[in-house]
Design a binder for this molecule. Structure first.
Ligand code: BTN
Length: 251
């Protein structure tokens, strides 16, 4: 365990692991038998059962990328405000990458991070509710940093490929922890308008006509925003439809 960083609490306690199944699962185990200090971060050189969204696996070349989780206690969030956390985390990543890359960074709703049509980071947030409030939250982040070979993942790329140079993973982690804390503090202090505006500003395909698939049917529509639950609002002909996570596919 190491104590580093110039943040107030995120990553102040940093648990560095050589190999683990998944840093999210490690965090879950930690939470089940202790009360880790808020902001505890767990980072792994290698995950052998890295998890992505929708039960997918998260593949990441050992030592080349960032795979880590952060434990938070956002008890100020009502169950129906969980999307706020998604926004804050996605923006923390966008802020960091925008400082490094000369390209535009997009958030593909709800929380995939894209650059030049390729996915460079993914987020897996696992919240536990206590009554109607969020009790604890495990924020899992996978950021492709120095990996060069994506022959098994043709939709993915890395920072290094996009920037044309190798990155220092430790410096990048510090930058990320700083920006994530900044955005989390915005959320905690109720600055949701700022988060909303910034999230929308980086939202992939906003106000553009594209093809989607819902209930097995392809259709042409325009993303016009999202509602307070974080459901994606897509205008199809003259109606605006709301979709939750698994209900819509980007074509
Ligand atoms: C996705 O885009 O599908 C989400 C990917 C999340 C991957 C990260 S890597 C660190 C943490 N541990 C996991 O098992 N998953 C998340």
């Amino acid at each position: 365990m190491a104590t580093i960083s110039n943040t107030l609490f995120i990553g102040k306690v940093l648990i560095k692991l050589e190999t683990v199944d998944s840093t999210n699962d490690y965090s879950k185990r930690l939470l089940s038998n202790s009360k880790p200090v808020e902001g505890t971060a767990i980072i792994a050189y290698q995950q052998h059962q890295g998890r992505g969204q929708y039960g997918n696996e998260w593949l990441s070349e050992p030592g080349s990328n960032l795979t880590f989780s952060i434990i938070l206690y956002p008890s100020f969030l009502h169950a129906n405000q969980q999307f706020g956390l998604t926004q804050a985390v996605a923006l923390g990543i966008v802020d960091t990458l925008q400082d490094i890359l000369d390209e535009s960074i997009f958030i593909k709703w709800p929380n995939d991070i894209y650059c030049k049509g390729k996915k460079i980071a993914g987020i897996l947030i696992e919240n536990t509710l206590i009554g109607n409030q969020v009790g604890d939250s495990i924020i899992g982040i996978g950021l492709n940093v120095n990996q060069q070979d994506f022959s098994k993942l043709p939709q993915a790329s890395s920072l290094s490929i996009l920037a044309g140079k190798k990155m220092d993973i430790d410096i990048l982690l510090q930058a990320l922890l700083t920006q994530l804390e900044k955005r989390y503090l915005q959320l905690r202090s109720g600055q949701v308008v700022i988060l909303d505006n910034d999230y929308k500003e980086n939202l992939y395909r906003l106000n553009e006509k594209h093809w989607y698939k819902a209930a097995g049917e392809p259709f042409e529509g325009t993303i016009v925003g999202y509602d307070s639950y974080g459901r994606l609002l897509v205008q199809k002909d003259n109606v605006v439809l709301a979709f939750s996570n698994k209900e819509i596919e980007f074509l």
